[in-house]
Design a protein around this ligand. Structure first.
Ligand code: PGA
Length: 305
């Protein structure tokens, strides 16, 4: 079994604007890469606030909203009834601290199975939804149906939908507005292609995608922004903590300038793209990284090895 080590300093995640604090002399964490990311979430990230020395480092958060660290597992088009059942039982046995929101996004057809067997401690997201009310839209699933089956969230604008399926900014923005109107939370994905990064267009691409959401949504209250550089998704080529932080700061500044300081402070900006047990701690140390959207590593329990 492969074992990865990492160390984590200043492990407090209950707020968006974390106060800086001196490095703690934490021993390296031993992380079994064969276990579910979620199963070991607490030890990966040291989310616990119960230890006295962590308490000394609790954040000073001048913001409304929960500001909880947010971790989503995007299972994409993977799994069977059997393997998902196994993953759920792993998830149900995971010990999670209260200051983290955990959400899993199974394929549509397994949402009911997950809802009926997963502990209420975790919420369920869909990976997509239709742009409006249901009806004669073959193959689509509406926001109303997602609510009906117990979903709390929906991922919208994922790069696989943008670049493989061909969804454009405006279409995604409208989907977000409709989903919010149905009472769903939206995990709003943005991110640049490798070529766009190489051409120095990262911020422009992210701003354009953000603007499409901003133009459409009536409120940001139930929106989590997921910055997912396309070149990092499923490639094993994770953004460096500095690369991710730089974009997260730019996104927050964009919100300050174009929406409001309050929304910028309240809105969680999470990172996605090859996050795993070995790299999540260093990413999480960045002040503006408020959580993760995890693909492959969230499936660990699904992989029959
Ligand atoms: P990955 O996927 O963690 O496998 O890179 C992330 C995502 O697509 O949300």
């Amino acid at each position: 079994m492969a074992v990865a080590s990492t160390s984590l300093a200043c492990p407090h995640f209950s707020g968006l604007r974390r106060s800086s604090c001196p490095k703690l002399d934490s021993p390296p964490l031993s992380i079994s890469t064969a276990q579910s990311f979620f199963q070991n979430l607490d030890s990966h990230l040291r989310l616990s606030s119960s230890s006295p020395r962590n308490k000394a480092c609790r954040p000073v958060v001048a913001m409304a909203g929960s500001g909880k660290f947010f971790v989503g597992g995007n299972w994409k088009c993977n799994g069977t009834k059997e393997s998902i059942g196994k993953l759920i039982s792993d998830l149900n046995s995971a010990k999670l601290e209260s200051d983290v929101d955990v959400v899993v996004a199974p394929p549509f057809i397994y949402i009911d199975q997950v809802k009926s067997s997963l502990t209420d401690r975790m919420e369920v997201s869909a990976q997509n939804c239709w742009i409006g009310k249901g009806g004669a839209f073959t193959g689509e699933i509406s926001g109303e149906q997602l609510k009906d089956i117990g979903c709390k969230w929906v991922i919208l604008g994922h790069s696989e939908r943008r670049h493989i399926i061909g969804e454009d900014d405006e279409f995604i923005g409208k989907k977000a507005a409709y989903a919010l109107g149905q009472g769903l939370g939206v995990i709003a994905c943005i991110g640049e292609l490798l070529q766009e990064r190489e051409e120095g267009k990262t911020f422009d691409v992210c701003y354009k995608q953000l603007k499409a959401f901003a133009d459409a949504v009536p409120s940001w209250d139930d929106v989590v922004i997921a910055y997912e550089p396309v070149w990092a998704i499923g490639t094993g080529k994770v953004a460096t903590p500095q690369q991710a932080q730089e974009v997260h700061v730019a996104v927050r500044d964009w919100l300050i300038k174009n929406v409001s300081a309050e929304v910028a402070s309240k809105t969680r900006i999470i990172y996605g793209g090859s996050v795993n047990g070995s790299n999540c701690a260093d990413l999480a140390k960045q002040e503006d990284i408020d959580g993760f959207l995890v693909g492959g590593a969230s499936l660990k329990g699904l992989v029959i090895s």
